[in-house]
Ligand binder design. Sequence first.
Ligand SMILES: [Zn+2]
Length: 308
Amino acid sequence: MDNITALGGDVYEIDTRMAGYAGITAGYLILSDRPCLVETGTSTSAPVVRDAIASLGVGPGDLATVVVTHIHLDHAGGVGDIARSFPSAQVVVHEKGARHLAEPSRLMASARMVWGDKLDTLFGELAPTEAERILALGDTGAIDLGNGRTLSSHYAPGHAKHHVGLVDSATGDLYVGDAAGVYLPETGDLRPATPPPDFDLKTALDSIALFEALGPQRLLFSHYGPVEAVEETLERSAEELRVWVDLTQQARSEGMDLDHAVAMVRDRTKERYSALTADEATAEQFELLNGAGSNVAGIMHWLDRVSP
Ligand SMILES: [Zn+2]
């Protein structure tokens, strides 16, 4: 299938075709003795992901684990659908996200408040998963990939309070979720992902430092794909956070409202990202993934909390 890319080490990147677009959100299948899916994508992507898993030879009873880096709907919206299609799979998530996967109504209500009618086309509805199939992770945890191979989880809040990073013992791959920002392979651009309501600068920087300390061989971004220049990229992740926070802080101290702050930050960061000056489609892809509005709103929300 043309939405599957072999990355080596029995790891396959699956383009979930989020909202019909290519290159927005990736899931990853680790085809070990106990096959494991990292990130399901949205609910509306579930048929695409299910077909990709089947085409890699994993039958309905064969998928051992589904793990999500955090429960935002672009990463975990398909968990209920995928769990239903693969009845032997255990669902693994940080303990702060576990109850939302079992009982999604509150999460869906707040997502609908943020997204309105766009919710249905972008994400669809997260279906519930039986509580007894969910394994909740603490600060650390381990997923058995079979044959001595493990995927170890490390609590990595900042982008979201229920975010983890995951390290594959066989490959040294680190699944970064959104904790290191959003990477655009077409241009090599990297932007921070700082949405409301959980964004917190200090914990976000601590998580990036933790990722560095884990010494991974490769980073696997959910948006989007593998990056081998680990140190340089994580340094850039931290720098991006500081740039966006500094500018938002400046806008706030000048008394700008959110709309003006977004316009100012967008303008002042524009030349950092070649995607925004490339063709219109690439710029649009970047905004859909990671809107400046959501980033600035998240930073403002955090600033209101720490220095009201
Ligand atoms: Zn995301």
